[in-house]
Unconditional design. Sequence first.
Length: 123
Amino acid sequence: MIVGIGVDIVHVDRMKRWLGVPGIVERYFHPDEIHDARARKSALHLSLAARFAAKEALGKAFGSGLKGIKLKDIQVVTNHNGKPDICVHSTALAALKASGAETIHLSLTHEHENAVAMVVLEK
């Protein structure tokens, strides 16, 4: 049963600007996300934009936004097949449990100027 759906779009230039602000990337992204995104070299800003969109989409799927959730507690990972997944920690894990969802489905895409994420929460 679907318990929540969220979609978000992020303009890639936003991430380009953030990369020039000391500490902001570390404020919003899990350290492993930063490492994975930096490994993508020229696609760093695209990767961060898609990951940020995923965080926002998850908040929308919860139906409560990101109130009380630290964005670093939402971690986008890539599984062995290259599929993006979300791991939740601490404040985000508490929100997931409160939602009643057991599974998070994630889809990401990006092209030049925009990155889009869709999240479906399933029980």
